[in-house]
Design a protein around this ligand. Structure first.
Ligand code: MYR
Length: 192
């Protein structure tokens, strides 16, 4: 790989992805193809698949930090009381709003701080087949990054990782969302 990564071009593409996510209904195919083009470009630019995974996650994070405002404004959800409620909101409303699919929340741990989100359908991967040279590529890392970024904006620090991926031969798309820290929000005034 001789070309240098072009961060500006990538952040431009990130903005395209945000626009396409927000107008998904009209542009579902365009979104899928644009995402494919981004992944392909990253594979050309960066030498290690692991670096591509990191970049996709970072792009997703950046998108998530912006997308959350759009979500809160459009969905009218009131702030969630606990992480369980938040996970449901993401799976039922967030995925619906931006990707047109719903997801299922399952496999809670006993503490109620980590769960799985299983996608019923994954528009990101339509038309995608990974060649053998892409072993180790976490193609959907943008999505896990989006969730991490969005949750950080509502004071929840999380780790989000893919545990099942149909592109890698699994029977579903499943990500694990683990709450690391919940920072209580401070209000600018005191209740009397
Ligand atoms: C709260 O806990 O107060 C509400 C928080 C809701 C956060 C919702 C984030 C939505 C992110 C959408 C993910 C879309 C994936 C494509």
């Amino acid at each position: 790989c001789s070309r240098r990564p072009d961060a500006d071009a990538r952040s431009g593409l990130g903005l395209v992805v945000i626009a396409l996510l927000v107008h998904r209904l009209q542009n579902a195919e365009l979104f899928t193809l644009t995402y494919g083009a981004i992944v392909r470009q990253l594979l050309t630019d960066l030498e290690e698949v692991e670096e591509v995974n990191k970049q996709l996650d970072q792009m997703g994070y950046n998108i998530g930090t912006r997308l959350v405002d759009e979500f809160l404004a459009k969905s009218n959800v009131s702030r969630c009381v606990d992480f369980k409620e938040t996970a449901d909101v993401i799976a039922k409303l967030g995925f619906k709003m931006f990707l047109g699919v719903t997801a299922t929340v399952t496999n809670w741990d006993v503490e109620g701080t980590s769960c799985s989100i299983v996608l019923e359908d994954n528009p990101l991967v339509d038309f995608v087949e990974l060649p053998d040279t892409c072993q180790g590529l976490q193609y959907c890392n943008l999505l896990s990054g989006v969730i991490r970024g969005a949750l950080e904006m509502v004071s929840m620090k999380t780790e989000v990782t893919w545990v099942r991926d149909m592109l890698r031969g699994d029977d579903a798309y499943e990500m694990r969302v683990k709450l690391i820290k919940q920072v209580p929000e401070e209000y600018p005034y005191k209740d009397d």
